[in-house]
Design a binder for this molecule. Structure first.
Ligand SMILES: C[S@@+](CC[C@H](N)C(=O)[O-])C[C@H]1O[C@@H](n2cnc3c(N)ncnc32)[C@H](O)[C@@H]1O
Length: 390
């Protein structure tokens, strides 16, 4: 897979304390995430199902949160220990120096995910971890942090599997796909990180025209514009979890943001987005405005049946309607067949990708894809299908 264009590289300050991090991503985007981490100059990058590890000082975490397009969140790993049962979980968590990770006046939330473990329920595991942290603070400071499940200052994530527990503190806060440009949601919007991941899988970096003729709320063309303009997606957000960490370095964070602003460049490549639904197009235009890329995208209200690419061709990326319900999807088969016909008759010389559910709908397109990539959109097993229209 092509490496994404490099944003400014990380300065390697050997004297700074180093940490290990884990960035999560939807299944199927791990290699995209890995390439993004490597392009940022981050060290010891290694992908695993559902994400990738990397290492570095604190500014590595700031940079990752600011620049990663395909990630959901970035955690700083604070401990890994054996965990055979709930008693061991409590004892191991109690032993950790929690005052290094939060102040007693800050609010806390704990989330746990379980693989194979005798601890029966993730809520129960989270409760045990929370009890241990709170008890440790009480023992050391005669005071305890309050719990805030909705908007905590510090969020602890635990992953327990195979008699081991990995604990991380959340450096992102709100998930990174919440970029901050989406005002309202359309009927079935793609998550921003999935949209960016799909574009990365096509290898597009902004060198040829981009078309999304079923744009809905505009996620694909907006993410394409952010990529083409080398805009750091995190610049649009208000706040990140790491800003609540006791060792947060505001001046360093400001410098990294300034560097990211300076890296932006004008978007010269044509980006075209259309949908037959005028309300969706209005919304997409509004979202693009919030993302600061409205001028870079040519929006129009039109059915795909009237799609005409520019003479120079380019990349076509389509996210047609699909759903969880089989009967609705059966009704969509004629639309998919028309999509296949449009590719065949009007898209000669183009590189076309269709992102859809695995199964009958994809078959209705009636063309043989030259490549299939398996991805998960939430629980739905999907395919990014490539059609090279010679
Ligand atoms: C799954 S949604 C796309 C979601 C979009 N990627 C987003 O992130 O918001 C599919 C879109 O296809 C549009 N659509 C359905 N049939 C169409 C047609 N014949 N021509 C153009 N657009 C169509 C729908 O209005 C809907 O907005």
């Amino acid at each position: 897979m092509a490496r994404p264009r490099t944003p400014p590289r990380l300065l390697k300050g050997r004297e700074k304390p180093r940490h290990r991090y884990f960035a999560s991503t939807p299944r199927g985007l791990e290699e995209v995430l890995l390439a993004e981490l490597q392009a940022l100059g981050l060290e010891e990058c290694r992908s695993v199902p559902g994400g990738a590890y990397f290492e570095g000082p604190l500014d590595a975490c700031y940079r990752a949160n600011l620049w990663l397009r395909s990630a959901v969140r970035v955690l700083r790993i604070v401990a890994e220990f054996p965990c055979r049962d709930e008693r061991e979980l409590y004892e191991q968590v109690w032993k950790l120096p929690w005052h290094q990770h939060m102040a007693v006046e800050q609010t806390l939330a704990v989330r746990a995910r379980l693989g194979r473990t005798p601890i029966g329920h993730s809520h129960y595991a989270a409760l045990k971890i929370k009890d241990a942290i709170v008890d440790r603070f009480r023992a050391d400071f005669r005071s305890r942090p309050n719990i805030d499940a909705r908007q905590p200052d510090i969020q602890v994530h635990a992953w327990i599997d195979d008699e081991r527990c990995t604990l991380g503190v959340d450096g992102s806060g709100w998930p990174l796909f919440m970029r901050g440009y989406r005002a309202e949601e359309g009927a079935a919007p793609l998550k921003e990180n999935l949209a960016a991941g799909l574009i990365a899988l096509t290898g597009w970096h902004g060198e040829r025209p981009f078309y999304d003729p079923m744009c809905g709320s505009g996620t694909l063309p907006i993410e394409a514009a952010l990529i083409a303009g080398r805009r750091a997606p995190g610049l649009l957000r208000g706040r990140f979890g790491f800003q609540s960490w006791p060792d947060f370095h505001a001046a360093e964070w400001k410098a990294i943001q300034a560097e990211a602003r300076a890296a932006a460049r004008p978007i010269a490549v044509p980006i075209m987005a259309a949908d037959r639904d005028a309300a969706a197009v209005r919304q997409a235009r509004q979202n693009a405005g919030h993302a600061g890329v409205a001028d870079a995208i040519a929006f129009s209200t039109a059915p795909i049946e009237s799609f005409q690419p520019l003479p120079q061709g380019g990349l076509l990326l389509i996210n047609p309607p699909y759903g969880e319900r089989l009967e609705r999807n059966a009704g969509l088969a004629p639309l998919y067949k028309r999509l296949g016909d449009i590719l065949k008759h009007r898209c000669t010389g183009m590189d076309a990708y269709i992102f859809t559910l695995h199964g009958e709908l994809a078959k209705a397109i009636g063309l043989r894809p030259s490549r299939r990539h398996i991805l998960f959109n939430g629980p739905l097993e999907c395919r990014l299908l490539r059609y090279q229209m010679y």
